[in-house]
Design a protein around this ligand. Structure first.
Ligand SMILES: Cc1cc2nc3c(=O)[nH]c(=O)nc-3n(C[C@H](O)[C@H](O)[C@H](O)COP(=O)(O)OP(=O)(O)OC[C@H]3O[C@@H](n4cnc5c(N)ncnc54)[C@H](O)[C@@H]3O)c2cc1C
Length: 303
């Protein structure tokens, strides 16, 4: 069979570095969405991710739902949850209360973020007068309260608020100096952008893992809107691959799987061992990509 003789087949040899994955979910709004989330968690949990993270809605709007989802993960699974937390529209005292309640619930990992203005990314971000001013400030606040893991965001194509990539990397450095131990990137589709960014980050003396955030294209139109909003570029070749398939969902799904497989396999070939998947609370595509990466369900490994 061709796959066995493919040069990439050797990466799953016992001496090959093990691929580690993590999964990001968002807190559900309705009972139906809750059921879909738990179906996705049920399917992905046997892959033994390093952690699963749960986002925090714009303007702190999902505080209760994020907390409830994280609590249920702790109560009903063996997964290690990472709770996202933003600085938006809350005082330090309020945010410190959220951090303490996470820690009391058993959370040992927070993804510290500034967040976006309540009115959307087009608005200028103005910190709450008594709040944490940005993610670095929040990371330091978390570390003052508890000795837990702190992950932060990184932007291979720079954050839209940043005047330059260098200024953006200065911000990442500030987050690391404040205690961040891992950065997870904004999604990207051109791997060269990630490696160029990584070179600049390492040249700046930042040594923490910069884990690529992978967004499988479950919905091309929605992905394009997300990308525009957060300053991630969409290569013309990607749009071309989905062109003409607006009314052909099965083919779109196959293309999405092929595109994501191509991206992660190239990253593996270039030495990447850790991947963070934006699951959009759906398991199928992510499960398939993990399988390609050699990440298998625990029972299968034991067999
Ligand atoms: C992995 C990941 C997970 C995310 N999860 C969530 C989530 O759960 N909920 C949510 O609402 N959003 C989330 N976001 C989006 C994030 O909140 C936005 O991108 C937000 O605009 C910036 O957050 P940050 O933590 O990167 O901010 P920061 O790192 O604080 O700042 C981002 C940029 O703003 C500029 N900046 C900030 N402060 C200064 C300063 N003092 N001087 C100069 N420039 C400054 C810099 O250019 C900096 O790079 C996530 C993003 C990523 C990549």
């Amino acid at each position: 069979m061709q796959l066995l003789t493919h040069p990439r087949a050797g990466r799953f040899a016992p001496h090959a570095p093990r691929v580690r994955v993590s999964f990001e979910f968002f807190p559900p709004k309705t009972e139906e969405m809750e059921a879909a989330l738990w179906e996705a968690i049920g399917r992905l949990a046997p892959l033994a991710p390093a952690f699963v993270s749960v986002t925090y809605g714009a303007g702190g709007s999902t505080r209760e739902r994020t907390h409830a989802t994280v609590r249920r993960i702790i109560a009903e699974t063996l997964l290690a949850p990472a709770a996202h937390l933003t600085c938006v529209a809350a005082s330090r005292a309020e945010i410190d209360g959220v951090i303490r309640s996470y820690v009391a619930a058993g959370v040992r990992h927070i993804v510290a973020l500034r967040g976006d203005p309540a009115g959307g990314v087009a608005e200028r971000y103005i910190p709450h007068p008594q709040g944490y001013i940005n993610a670095a400030d929040l990371a330091a606040g978390i570390r003052r309260i508890a000795d837990i893991e702190v992950s932060v965001a990184a932007y291979p194509e720079k954050h839209p608020d940043s005047p330059s990539v260098e200024a953006d990397i200065d911000m990442l450095k500030a987050k690391v100096d404040a205690g961040a131990t891992r950065a997870i990137t904004q999604f990207f589709f051109d791997n060269d952008l990630y490696f160029r960014y990584l070179d600049r980050v390492r040249a700046r003396g930042i040594t923490i893992p910069i884990v690529p955030g992978i967004l499988p294209v479950q919905n091309f139109k929605q992905t394009r809107v997300f990308a525009e909003r957060c300053g991630a570029s969409m290569p013309a070749s990607l749009a071309d691959r989905f062109a003409g398939l607006d009314n052909d969902a099965p083919t779109r799904r196959l293309i999405a799987a092929a595109v994501a497989a191509e991206q992660v396999m190239d990253l593996v070939d270039r030495g990447v061992t850790d991947f963070h998947f934006y699951t959009m609370n759906r398991a199928d595509l992510v499960f398939a990509i993990c399988h390609l990466l050699g990440v298998r369900a625990c029972e299968e490994k034991a067999a």
